[in-house]
Design a protein around this ligand. Structure first.
Ligand SMILES: Nc1ncnc2c1ncn2[C@@H]1O[C@H](COP(=O)(O)OP(=O)(O)OP(=O)(O)O)[C@@H](O)[C@H]1O
Ligand SMILES: [Mg+2]
Length: 255
């Protein structure tokens, strides 16, 4: 079942036509990875999907409902169900880990202070960082910061989570750790997952489907094996970078 759908999405900045008609369907429960050259519009695509800025044309559907022209109030209701981990993964340096993770929950004004405390503890444990509430962002390693940012997103219990470069700048051990974490969040919390990454080994080993954004459109989409077998010349360097990591069997991790 389609959870989220982009239809004919276009976006230009001045005379730079970044997105020229993007069609993409994200199925409920899937792990979809978006790859593409630098500056091809991957981050822009995620921001459009979250209504951070409007597209020039095309439409967005959430559970089949057209959410394209929604007013700000209705967008807030959609955003409650969709989380995003920005490329910079920025934590507020002036706030403790606890306050960082609690931030969105407090804004939502749904949970009591006690419930927030519980949810923060639970979310930190889910990313393997239980008990570090009192620490400060400045005292964390890069990998830990990424995971705290992840805990902050997960704490909101989104149904769909968009990640922009979650493993950028991490060493191979942390890349593997974060990949496992994203998969387990999908499996345990049933969070539909869209990841933008430039790590081809990750893209081709953990995803149910890979989508290739090139020259403003989704130029190829399918299982890692299908995309790896595509004859599209522009894909060549990406597939070669994945090397032997291309997963042959579709979706073996799904229970
Ligand atoms: N707010 C903006 N104003 C003007 N141009 C923008 C804006 N946001 C993005 N762009 C341009 O849109 C293009 C796509 O940017 P985007 O950040 O989506 O690339 P990307 O695919 O995420 O690249 P990378 O892999 O390097 O992160 C770039 O040329 C960028 O300069
Ligand atoms: Mg980007």
């Amino acid at each position: 079942m389609a959870l989220f759908e982009l239809r004919g999405l276009t976006k230009s900045f001045g005379d730079k036509h970044v997105l020229r008609g993007v069609d993409l369907t994200v199925d409920k429960g899937e792990f979809l990875t978006l790859i593409g050259p630098s500056a091809s519009g991957k981050s822009v695509l995620l921001k459009l999907a979250l209504g951070i800025f409007p597209s020039d044309g095309g439409s967005l559907l959430f559970e089949g409902r057209d959410i394209t022209g929604l007013d700000e109030q209705s967008w807030i209701a959609v955003r409650r169900r969709v989380g995003i981990l920005f490329q910079a993964g920025a934590l507020f340096d002036s706030l403790s880990v606890f306050d960082n993770v609690a931030y969105g929950l407090r804004e939502q004004r749904v949970l009591s202070a006690d419930e927030i405390r519980q949810r923060v503890a639970e979310s930190l444990t889910q990313v393997g960082l239980g008990g570090i509430e009192a620490m400060w962002p400045a005292d964390l390693s890069g990998g830990m910061r990424k995971r705290v940012a992840l805990a902050r997103a997960v704490a909101m219990r989104p149904e769909l989570l968009l990640y922009d470069e979650p493993t950028e700048g991490l060493d191979p051990i942390n890349v593997t750790r974060v990949n496992r974490l994203l998969l387990s969040l999908r499996d345990r919390l049933e969070i539909t997952t869209v990841v933008v990454t430039s790590n081809m080994a990750s893209a081709f080993s953990v995803s149910d489907r890979v989508a290739f954004l090139n020259e403003g459109r989704i130029a190829a989409i399918g299982t890692p094996a299908e995309v790896a077998a595509s004859p599209l010349p522009a894909l060549g360097p990406f597939v070669r970078a994945a090397g032997s990591h291309v997963r042959a069997v579709h979706s073996s991790s799904r229970g």
